[in-house]
Each structure stands twice: as C-alpha cells, then as structure tokens.
Design a binder for this molecule. Sequence first.
Ligand SMILES: [Mn+2]
Length: 195
Amino acid sequence: MQFGIVNQALKGQNLCGDACFIKEFENKALIAVIDGLGHGPDAAAASNAAVEHIKINYQKSLTEIIKGCHEEMKMTRGAAIGIALIDLESSTLRYAGVGNIEVRVKSRTTIRPISINGILGYNFRKVREEEFPYRQGDMIILHSDGISAKFDLDLYPPEFLGQHPQTIAERIAAEFGRETDDLTIVVARHGKEVA
Ligand SMILES: [Mn+2]
C-alpha cells in the first residue's frame, strides 16, 4: 500500500490535537484518524490515548477497538475517531467512525462510509461497522474537520488522482485546509489507479 499523510497543528500551537495511526499486517492495512476535542495539549492527550490503545489492539474488530478507545479516553476531553480496515485478501474495506471524521473513497462504484454522531470518551452509545468491496487501485481518504467540508475528490482531474498519495494529501491540505483547526488527512491506495 502507498500512504500519504499530512498532520499539522493549528498555527501557534506546539501540539497537534489530531492524531493518526497506520498499521500494515497480514495483507491488511488499518488506518485511524482521531480528532481530540478542541486543540492544544488537552486535545492531544485525548487523541494520543486512542493511538496508544490502537497500537496494541489493532488486530481486534473495529467495534472492539473503538469501544476500547472510549474506555481509555474517559479521563480525557474526548475525540472523534474514524478507522478503516482494508483487507487485500478478501478485497473488502471496513469502516467504523464516531464523530466528525470524514471518509472519501474513489472507486468505480459509489462507496460512502459514514461516521455516526457522538464523542468518544464522552457520549457514545454504539458503533456501526460497515463493509464495502475494495478493488486494487481504489483510493481511501480519511480526514479531520481541519479539511473544509467543501473538499470534493471530483474537483480533481483523474491524472492528478493517479499520483502518489503523499502528493495528493499535500495538495488537498494546501487547498482545503482550514486555518482555524488542527488538520489531518491520510490518503491510501494499493496498486495503480484503475480508471
Ligand atoms: Mn478538528
């Protein structure tokens, strides 16, 4: 898999309240993006608590991981979280999210994973885990609300979307990054883009 990552703190802050975690294992790739409530050290403490939990529990189901993060984050101010699991063996994409982490998928079919409302560590009731087909060349993007809601993959020409995920992540961050929040975007793709 190829990945592109941009994770930057709000201007004037030393710590980023957003965090991300990527793990490749057994023909799978797990991608998590976490946005600690607000910004600064307290937001970073919340998102880092989630990352520490995922680091040692990445092989569990997305539902179990999210429930575990919720328990770990109870002493923090909480966070939004989105976790995608790409399984190259079963050609599937699983997604579960709580709060305002956005997911975009570029595929031949329309795939639109959705996060449910809530704040992990605070008010959270259930997890909804969805499964979609994953084809070689499909591109998955997870981002925090540091990227404007105006961002749309259809605004970019297909030639551009065939470039390396890091190039894509940096351009989207430059063009749709909001100046009032921490920003995280992860772009992932396995193999060449299929038109
Ligand atoms: Mn945010």
